[in-house]
Design a protein around this ligand. Structure first.
Ligand code: TYD
Length: 217
């Protein structure tokens, strides 16, 4: 029996399982702020919730982080395979055990990050989707839209000129186009990331509350 499918079937079978809520966007879109605010909002109201992000800092994720910092080279197809493998480790060791316990898992990046970034890098979205086919689909995926020029300005303000390997306006433009493709397909729900921070957060919270059938307070 396929190991991943075994996990997925068992997790999905549970009626009380928590949900997977992913926050997506290009670097500098504000997804880390939004995802941590969602986590705080839910936990302060006693809703079972767990926070995580990708790439992880588990074994495979740590290799990816070294690559992102420019410390080691990685073939583009290997990058895609490592992101997909890191995701399966994340699912089986962390995400699925938490949703099985009824906790909602808030993710700063998930499978659509691979579609968008590795899809843009390799010009082969179909293959990137295929290698991620064992990843459990998110119950809600919010995409925070900002133009690459705004994103780069924000990143430079935060980090100075030390940008990581994917943080370039032209590339982020391609990434954004793929995200938009998945908005059109209905897999991602778009919110405007150029609005005031509080507005972006409350727009994201409204989507989360609707999905979890909670009253927004
Ligand atoms: P990011 O969340 O932006 O990290 P930080 O907040 O520390 O800047 O993610 C790191 C990078 O990893 C980002 O440039 C996007 C990239 N990435 C992919 O290319 N594919 C993926 O599947 C994931 C999860 C991330």
């Amino acid at each position: 029996m396929n190991f991943s499918f075994y996990y997925l079937r068992k997790a999905l079978a549970s009626k009380k399982r928590g949900k997977i809520i992913a926050i997506e966007g290009i670097d500098g879109s504000g997804k880390t702020t939004v995802s941590t605010e969602i986590y705080s909002y839910l936990s302060s109201r006693g809703i079972p919730v767990y926070y995580s992000f990708e790439p992880t800092y588990m074994k495979i994720g740590s290799i990816i982080h070294r690559f992102l910092r420019g410390e080691i080279p990685l073939d583009p197809h290997s990058q895609a395979l490592l992101f997909a493998a890191d995701r399966l480790e994340h699912l089986s060791r962390e995400i699925i055990p938490h949703i099985k316990q009824g906790e909602n898992v808030i993710l700063d990046r998930y499978v659509h990050s691979s579609y968008a970034y590795q899809g843009a890098l390799l010009n082969d979205l179909k293959w990137v989707v295929t290698i991620n086919k064992f990843a459990l689909a998110p119950d809600l995926a919010i995409y925070i839209d900002v133009p690459p020029s705004t994103a780069i300005k924000r990143i430079k303000k935060k980090k100075g000129s030390k940008l990581s390997v994917y943080e370039h306006a032209r590339f982020l433009g391609k990434v954004r186009n793929i995200y938009k493709l998945f908005v059109k397909k209905g897999e991602l729900i778009e919110i405007d990331g150029t609005k005031e921070k509080d507005q972006v957060i409350s727009n994201a919270l409204a989507l989360v509350c609707k999905n979890l059938k909670l009253k927004l307070t």
